[in-house]
Write a protein that binds this ligand. Sequence first.
Ligand SMILES: [Zn+2]
Length: 245
Amino acid sequence: MRRDSALISKNMQPVLEQLLVLQNRDQKIRTIERELKMAPVEKKEFEERLASAHAAVEAIKHKGREIEVARKSLELDAHVRRDSIAKLKTQQFQTRKNEEFAALGNEVKRYEAEVQGIEDKELELMDETEKLKPQIAEHEKHLAGQKTQVAEQLGDLKAKIQAIEAELQRLTAERATLAAQIDEEVVERYERLFASKGDAAVVPIEHEVCMGCHMKVTTQTAVRVKGRKEIVGCEQCGRILYLEV
Ligand SMILES: [Zn+2]
């Protein structure tokens, strides 16, 4: 009787084949889920690139504004001194004292020299402003380019996510159907293994070596795998073994 029951024992080959198809879908699902996890990282990279282009434009414009403020302040300084010069000259022509006339004249000269110095600085700043203009234009051009590029990339990413999510749904439904066709206990064993191993739960055996952990299995295990009458696990890593046909 025992011998008979062994003879009619179920051929496990179709189950192993079903498990391999299930595993294929699960691996695809795993890859897709990783891609989905990367999507926010990609999105952040795009947005940061745009923000940095924005910041570069703002920084150079800020520099331009600072130069303008400094130039206006110099303009005011020069204006104050010119007013003083005018007043001193009036005083100079009103005085009848030679000493006072000379002293006022000296003060006028001192102010005039100061005005000259201020005007030189103003010219330097105007020069800086001129030099800044093409730089600002360049940064603005770069920003405009980035805006277009990032908008495109974000659009592509959104479309990619939508396609991936649809694919994920399809695969999830498919794997559920596949799993339902396999013995529940076998599926549970497979799922535990698949969750704990990074790669595969069902692996081939080649020259009595498990292709999951690359360790040699015992001859007894190899014989049981070849028999295809039961689900056989690698004694080292526990992965389900099959013989490639
Ligand atoms: Zn193994």
